[in-house]
Design a protein around this ligand. Structure first.
Ligand SMILES: [Zn+2]
Length: 430
């Protein structure tokens, strides 16, 4: 039997035979933004920042009523399938875009499973969302670290438990409220001054910074696009002197503000990669974003330079006696060895193996937190769950890459810029 083709059908077949019907990568990137924004309508905080086409955000809002979680899952799976068969040559910009988009969608799939109520064990959740599996340690292995800290803290065990004595000592370094604004501003200015000689920033980059309270996080950078950040620092817990440079470097220079600024300039504006106008909170890029922000302070203030700057500049501004700042730093160094306990404590809590009260007890004993600080930490875990791995683990991964082979200062900054300006995933850094 002979099948007669209508002229239109014949035309369609002909075009099919000669050109691919695959949408352009730009069109797929818009589909990606649309689905991420739609998930963001269901999951407040899912979209960390967005400064792409406003019409896509409005569309996601308008269609939210018709959109269910299973439907969103189907959209993510379909888009990922399309991308998986997208023809690209290895090593090209197109290949890197496809790889990036698929990595983001892989995390989106895991987040959607969580939003639908699936319980995923802590380490699996972290690996699924952030592309890195955290290692758990036995808390008892930290007892020798606690013994070493005991020797550094003034006072005797008979004066009270270790966490009380260490926090009483650290509290001597709290910045009084009336000096807080000025000290933080000075710290951020110094972080910027130590960044700009190494990183050429676009003209007009800027930030607004304010102090806030009653938040589940310590600091937040709401990137607005146009090289502008809105930074908030939470002062629920009294701010000690060393937090000023930590937050200045983390939230601003060379941390989140610089990261987002370079992405906007080098990916969105220079290459038209529209997908980068959205920062998903749960993605392997969080390891890069939080890791570079955390490592930023070491990069901008290598060795003892944080301590020197605090002693000579910030402490006098804050009216703090800095004569013992060396001891304070020795203690800070020793307590940083307790860092790995956090994932074990977080996993036990989030996996339902430790009660709230037991978790507070563990944070007090193995992180030497005050009760207020332990409770704030639980609030963060309740809100962001396995996101906690991005800080210490991210900093370790970024730091190892930047410092590899005993890199000198210029090489360290160069590698750092490379990490910030490219669609790097954690596996690229290991
Ligand atoms: Zn951060």
């Amino acid at each position: 039997m002979r099948i007669a083709l209508t002229p239109l059908a014949a035309l369609a077949l002909a075009s099919c035979a000669t050109t691919s019907q695959m949408p352009t990568l730009d069109a797929l990137a818009r589909d990606y933004l649309a689905v991420q924004l739609a998930i963001g309508e269901k999951d407040p905080g899912y979209v960390d920042a967005y400064y792409g086409p406003q019409a896509l955000a409005e569309q996601a809002k308008a269609q939210d009523g018709d959109m269910s979680l299973p439907l969103l899952q189907a959209r993510v799976i379909a888009l990922d399938a399309t991308l998986s068969s997208y023809p690209v040559d290895p090593g090209t910009l197109e290949a890197s875009r496809v790889r990036y988009l698929r990595a983001m969608l892989s995390s989106a799939k895991v987040r959607l499973r969580m939003l639908r109520g699936e319980t995923i064990p802590f380490a699996d959740e972290a690996e699924g969302l952030f592309g890195v599996r955290p290692e758990m340690i036995d808390l008892a292995t930290l007892d020798p670290v606690l013994a070493r800290i005991e020797e550094l803290v003034p006072g005797e065990p008979s004066d009270g438990p270790l966490h009380e004595r260490i926090n009483a000592y650290r509290d001597r370094f709290i910045i009084p409220d009336e000096h807080l604004d000025a000290v933080i501003d000075r710290a951020v200015a110094e972080c910027r001054a130590r960044t700009v000689p190494h990183i050429a920033l676009p003209e007009g980059e800027s930030f607004d910074l304010s102090l806030v309270t009653d938040k589940p996080w310590g600091g937040f950078n709401y990137y607005q696009g146009n090289y502008h950040s809105v930074i908030e620092i939470n002062t629920d817990i009294p701010v000690r002197i060393d937090r000023a440079l930590d937050v200045g470097c983390h939230e601003a220079y060379p941390g989140h503000h610089v990261y987002s600024t370079l992405i906007e300039r080098d990916r969105v504006n220079a290459l038209g990669e529209i997908e980068f106008t959205l920062l998903p909170l749960y993605s392997p890029r969080a390891i890069v974003s939080e890791g570079s922000a955390e490592y930023g302070v070491e990069l901008a203030f290598p060795g003892e330079e944080t301590m020197i700057f605090e002693r000579d500049v910030l402490a006098p501004m804050a009216g703090i006696d800095a004569s013992e700042i060396g001891d304070y730093y020795a203690l800070r160094e020793a307590t940083s060895d307790l860092g790995p306990a956090y994932y074990t404590i977080a996993a036990a809590y989030l996996d339902g193996e430790a009660s709230r009260e037991d978790t507070i007890g563990n944070l007090i004993r193995y992180q030497l937190r005050s009760r207020v600080s332990a409770e704030q930490s639980l609030e963060f875990l309740d809100t962001y769950r396995s996101y906690v791995i991005n800080y210490d683990l991210g900093s370790e991964i970024v730091g190892d890459f930047v410092e590899r082979g005993g890199a000198n200062e210029a090489e360290r900054w160069e590698r750092f810029i490379f990490i910030l300006s490219n669609p790097i995933l954690p596996e690229d850094l290991r």
